[in-house]
Design a protein around this ligand. Structure first.
Ligand code: F6R
Length: 601
């Protein structure tokens, strides 16, 4: 969470910083700031709210050839101008932006910095005060910076300016993402390549506990002892146009619409020369040699894991447990003898999942990361990576990454089944192509979804329930998460049969119920459960699958293979959430209190 950017070169520094921050806004957006340094000194602008609010207060005359910027997701201290970054040292010599959490900031405040006054409530301010202290006691600022970093416990990505040296940005990283962008007579640094694509497509990866001394013409990477490290550049597989909205009003709608393409792309990427779905031999070996898979994930990725478990158990006959990362960390179950861990993470940066990865690596277990961002922390630190090939997902609410996760998990299960000599009674490539076609039809049903949102979730509705059984239940969990996170309607997903054990007490006249009926084996059961809530006044919207429909169903999705329904039934739920949020005037792409990449535990 939080995004940082820094630039040194002779272009319009403030504009590069602001544009970079706009691309990083998905990481947090409660306040923002930039600092631009010229021969006269530091020009600092900070504002509560979005980058658009910051833009309004930045003096258009500001020029300078070095600067840093930050967009914040508050952890320590409320979102306001004082707590917004950049922060400055007491004398004003040093200016700094930080992403991460300094766990020992209280001890540093009362210990090494006991004589200092602090202006903000942030953990970050201790870093800049320490830099000033240690720089004063050291031969060089760089040495003072390294001494500072050695005092910090926790995670950080830092960019630091020294008013007395406008030819350098000091950079450091530990556990929080950070990349250097390489240019001709300029260099740039940011939390994410997307913020730098405006000026370069050449990047240098940074590792934990490294610092970088960045000038216009040089990038010097060092460890915390000051030893130089050589590293080459790379070009990521993203295109600047992938991160634009085009003619769409919101990224979320664009990303929903991209799903058929994503599924076709995944099938293509995972086909071997004989046109068969196939994975890397090393991943297959891990799947074959484990006695149990442990899927670890959070939020939407966790919901994808629940569906993935069905695929692996049903098709590949591998036992699977699915765990919420933040629970697993502090309450590890008894593990099997040969466990294999699969981390599902769109961003590859989720701190809760990474905490588990660190623990299980200490125990010597193997890990595969399924991610949309190869090269991310979870990807680098696991033994293997399975790429989602979904293209950048910018909207905070995950949509195309979820269906991509389901498709890649399905391919993993199919590959394992094939390797075990298990015959599947369907052709996965054909079924996934039927899924992609069905997704297209569903993406075209926007008007109907808008109407469902208006009918069942009008402005006075404060809650909604999603009912389903088996596969449909897992999709209901995801549908409820989507609705609550972007429309702020309290929404919960329940297994149809569980309602009568408690939640049915919540049903009142007009309570909206969205029920999924795509599973033949429980079609009559779920309909019975809907009748139970209707008898208590609920207003049901049944979404069924062709072949299983009944007269009063509100919407019928095209028929797909019963094991693949989750890939399609989620689309109406994504669209209903989108329109419900829109009709309430919510900021669909940047819902309150959330951030795309959750890099704090
Ligand atoms: C919901 C959503 C979150 C993420 C969760 C995990 O729409 O996006 O629930 O799924 O924060 O993030 P990743 O997948 O990046 O680990």
């Amino acid at each position: 969470m939080c995004g940082i950017v820094g630039y040194i070169g002779n272009q319009d520094t403030k504009e590069i910083l602001l544009r970079g921050l706009e691309k990083l806004e998905y990481r947090g957006y409660d306040s923002a700031g930039i600092a631009v340094l010229d021969r006269q000194g530091v020009h600092l602008f900070k504002e509560k709210g979005r980058i658009a609010c910051l833009r309004e207060i930045v003096d258009p005359q500001t020029c300078g050839e070095v600067g840093i910027g930050h967009t914040r997701w508050a952890t320590h201290g409320v979102p306001n101008r004082v707590n917004a970054h950049p922060h400055q040292s007491a004398s004003g010599r040093f200016t700094l932006v930080h992403n991460g959490v300094i766990e020992n900031y209280e001890q540093l405040k009362t210990g090494l910095l006991a004589s200092h006054d602090f202006k903000s409530d942030t953990d970050t301010e201790v870093i800049v005060q320490l830099v000033e202290k240690f720089a004063g006691e050291s031969e060089t600022v760089e040495e003072g910076f390294r001494k500072t970093l050695k005092e910090l416990k926790g995670s950080y990505a830092i960019a630091l300016l020294d008013k007395e040296d406008p030819d350098v940005i000091y950079v450091a990283k530990n556990k929080s993402p950070l990349l250097v962008g390489v240019g001709e007579h300029f260099n740039v640094v940011a939390s994410d390549a997307m913020a730098m694509l405006q000026v370069t497509d050449q990047f240098v990866e940074l590792m934990d506990k490294e610092i970088v001394v960045l000038t216009r013409n040089s990038i010097t990477i060092k460890d915390l002892e000051g030893r130089e490290i050589q590293r080459g550049t790379f070009t990521p597989e993203i295109d600047a146009s992938d991160i634009e909205k085009g003619t769409y009003p919101h990224y979320m709608l664009k990303e929903i619409d991209e799903q058929p393409f994503v599924i076709r792309n995944i099938v293509q990427k995972y086909q071997d020369l004989d046109g068969k779905l196939s994975l890397d031999e090393s991943i297959r070996k891990e799947m074959l040699s484990c006695d149990r898979v442990y899927i670890i994930a959070c939020g939407t990725s966790y919901h994808a894991g629940l569906v993935g478990k069905q695929y692996m158990e049903k098709w590949a006959k591998v036992p699977v447990e699915v765990h919420i990362a933040s629970e697993f960390s502090y309450n590890m179950p008894l593990l099997s003898e040969k466990p294999l861990f699969i981390f599902i993470s769109q961003s590859g940066e989720t701190a809760d999942s990474r905490a588990v990865l660190v623990e299980i690596k200490k125990l010597g277990h193997k890990a595969i990361t399924l991610t949309n961002v190869p090269g991310s922390t979870l990807s680098r630190e696991a033994d293997h990576t399975l790429h989602l090939y979904a293209g950048p997902e910018i909207a905070v609410a995950s949509t195309k990454a979820y269906t991509a996760q389901l498709a890649v998990l399905a391919i993993l299960a199919v590959d394992t089944a094939y390797a075990k000599g298990i015959e599947l009674d369907f052709d996965p490539i054909k079924e996934l192509s039927i899924v992609a076609n069905a997704m297209e039809i569903l993406c075209d049903a926007k008007e109907e979804m808008e109407d469902i949102a208006a009918t069942y979730l009008p402005a006075d509705k404060r809650n909604a329930f999603f009912l389903g059984r088996n596969m449909d239940y897992y999709v209901c969990l995801e549908g409820a998460l989507k609705l609550k996170e972007i429309s702020y309607i309290q929404a919960e997903g329940f297994p149809g049969g569980e309602l009568k054990h408690g939640p049915i007490a919540l049903i009142e006249d007009g309570t909206p119920i969205i029920a999924l009926a795509t599973q033949e084996k429980v079609n009559l059961n779920i309909r019975g459960n809907v009748k139970e809530v209707v008898a208590r006044g609920a207003n049901p919207c049944i979404i069924s699958m062709k072949g299983l429909q009944q007269p009063r169903d509100r919407f019928i999705i095209p028929a797909v293979h019963p094991d693949f329904t989750a890939l399609v039934s989620v689309i109406p739920l994504q669209l209903i959430s989108y329109y419900a949020a829109l009709q309430r005037g919510c900021d669909v792409d940047k819902p309150r209190n959330l951030a795309k990449s959750v890099t704090v535990e």
